[in-house]
Design a protein around this ligand. Structure first.
Ligand code: GLN
Length: 315
């Protein structure tokens, strides 16, 4: 596996306490932990990924980076895109419009639960679960799924200086096995009046989940939240980080807040992103997932880095 040496992190940053040799020990432990997880199998192409793939990058707001593993490896964001759909819409449409459409409370049932949605009268509990993200996709400006996804992609790449792209093969694979569960969520929200066009919302959601990039693109997205370049984005990113901290890892969010204490978001591809407000971002890609659908190795690694460097926002 390719390995890169860190530029030294700014000595005023908590990240400067990071010791590459120590990090490598944790990475090995995380790889062992990942063996206990299962790769998502409901999308044929996700089922075929190399379960041993592993990449981690730590990026400071000053631009210094530490990467371990393959920097070239690209992967779909899947649910890691959700905070960025939220950020885009908060910036473009404002809080009122967004929170008329989705709630802001943590959920207690799995990320794709129809029962949770029904319990809540057809209004999604928060933007980090599937129903919430599908509802938000119904608000993205654009005539159809393609133009909506393109609008989000262009905005993100501009703001984050990233090179995300649409993974068309992954999208074909997602579309090859219609996800009845997400379909039920969309139609339940159409019945409750929460969204107007469930087909466009679903198609947009499937596309934005297939936006892909490498580990460097992921930390660049994290930096957008850690240290937004413009005051207007900074205002919106405070809301996004709060929702990541409370809802980003689904039912595991509360215990993650205790153990790690960083706003984070995971996806079924095995990507996970944690934001260190005012300091930087840590991203990990390791496909095997734990029972809650979070990267098993990624979670362990984040926990060890955050504990040792005292990165918790509650420290
Ligand atoms: N596209 C995926 C789905 O709807 C995203 C879910 C996830 O990453 N947790 O199932």
């Amino acid at each position: 596996m390719e390995q890169q040496q860190a530029n030294l992190f700014d000595r005023h940053s908590k990240l400067s306490y990071l010791q590459p040799a120590q990090l490598e020990v944790w990475i090995k432990e995380a790889i062992v932990r990942s063996n206990e997880g299962e790769v998502a199998s409901y999308v044929p192409l996700l089922a075929k990924v190399d379960r041993a793939a592993f990449a981690v990058q730590i990026r400071a707001i000053g631009g210094q980076i530490y990467t371990w593993g393959s920097e070239a490896q690209t992967f779909p964001l899947m649910s890691v895109v959700k905070p960025f759909v939220l950020l885009f819409l908060l910036c473009e449409l404002g809080e009122q419009t967004v929170f008329e459409c989705v709630g802001c409370e943590p959920s207690e049932l799995p990320f794709n639960s129809l029962i949770q949605l029904q319990k809540d009268g057809g209004k999604p509990r928060n933007p980090m679960i599937n129903s919430g993200a599908i509802a938000l996709c119904s608000l993205i400006p654009g005539q159809d799924a393609e133009s909506r996804c393109q609008n989000l992609l262009a905005w993100l790449n501009k703001q984050a200086n990233s090179q995300l792209f649409l993974d068309k093969l992954m999208l074909d694979s997602v579309n090859s096995v219609p996800n009845q569960n997400n379909r039920n969520l969309a139609w339940e929200m159409a019945r409750s009046g929460c969204i107007k066009n469930p087909e466009i919302a679903l198609a947009t959601y499937n596309r934005v989940c297939c936006l892909a990039g490498n580990i460097g693109d992921l930390t660049k997205l994290g930096i957008l939240l850690a240290n937004s370049p413009q005051p207007a984005i900074s205002e919106c990113s405070r809301t996004v980080k709060a929702l990541m901290a409370t809802c980003g890892l689904y039912e595991a969010s509360a215990s993650f807040a205790l153990r790690v204490g960083l706003p984070a978001k995971s996806g079924v591809s095995g990507a996970i992103l944690a934001v260190i407000p005012g300091e930087g971002a840590i991203a990990c890609y390791s496909p095997p997932l734990d029972k809650q659908g979070n990267s098993a190795g990624g979670l362990l690694l984040l926990e060890q880095i955050a504990k040792t460097l005292k990165l918790s926002v509650f420290d």
